[in-house]
Design a protein around this ligand. Structure first.
Ligand SMILES: C[S@@+](CC[C@H](N)C(=O)[O-])C[C@H]1O[C@@H](n2cnc3c(N)ncnc32)[C@H](O)[C@@H]1O
Length: 202
């Protein structure tokens, strides 16, 4: 099976996500973005579903490597008074100097970006000394029966979902990176995590 092309993925993404937002994910997005302060970087911003949830940011820079997704995000920048700049970029090699951002937001994306370890260290590089990482990710479930089910459908899901690894243990990847987890919430089924981490100093 071939991977869905980037423009097709962009076209179907909101059809798939907007109902999930209506059934609760929007609250999680608000908790993810609402408290983000100062100069904010959101990586893999996609079609911009998080944009209307920023409340305290001075500015938001949103990057994604899929131009078709970013085109769809443009209209969401009109739903906020906070200045939002959209940039085509790879989260693994960000075009920003060291220490550029106070808050870094990542939502439902560390599972899709090919090299999450490199991405986490790149985020650490562009974060300020007191920089905060805010994350919301669907992850390998802590429940063995759910995790086994994820393992079974993960290869097919990866092909149809633009590369999403449904059974990735993202909490472990964050814990093993140059970020230190401050607080973390897991959903009942253990398939969704949300939290914040601070940049550890070298
Ligand atoms: C599942 S979508 C999440 C979109 C958005 N964050 C949200 O919460 O709705 C994953 C996004 O990761 C982006 N992506 C994948 N690999 C990337 C990379 N190397 N650099 C930047 N963005 C990437 C995809 O283009 C897609 O927009």
């Amino acid at each position: 099976m071939a991977k869905a092309p980037h423009s097709l993925f962009a076209r179907i993404y909101d059809l798939f996500m907007v109902p999930q937002d209506r059934f609760g994910l929007a609250h999680q997005r608000a908790r993810l973005c609402g408290p983000a302060k100062g100069r904010v970087l959101e990586i893999a911003i996609g079609t911009g579903l998080n944009i209307p949830h920023y409340e305290n940011a001075d500015t938001v820079v949103g990057i994604d490597n899929n131009v078709a997704m970013l085109r769809r995000a443009i209209r969401r920048t009109w739903e906020t008074k906070i200045p939002v700049e959209l940039v085509v970029a790879d989260a693994q090699t960000l075009p920003f100097p060291k220490g550029s951002f106070d808050s870094i937001v990542v939502g439902l994306s560390l599972c899709t970006i090919p090299d999450p370890e490199t991405t986490l260290s790149e985020l650490h590089r562009v974060a300020s000394a007191q920089g905060e990482l805010r994350f919301l990710e669907h992850v390998r479930s802590a429940k063995p029966s759910t995790a086994r089910r994820q393992d079974r459908y993960a290869p097919v899901w990866e092909r149809v979902s633009g590369g999403c690894r449904a059974n990735q243990d993202t909490a472990r990847l964050i814990e093993e990176s140059s970020w230190s987890i401050n607080d973390m919430w897991s959903s009942d089924g253990g398939g969704l995590i949300q939290g914040t981490a601070v940049a550890t100093q070298a």
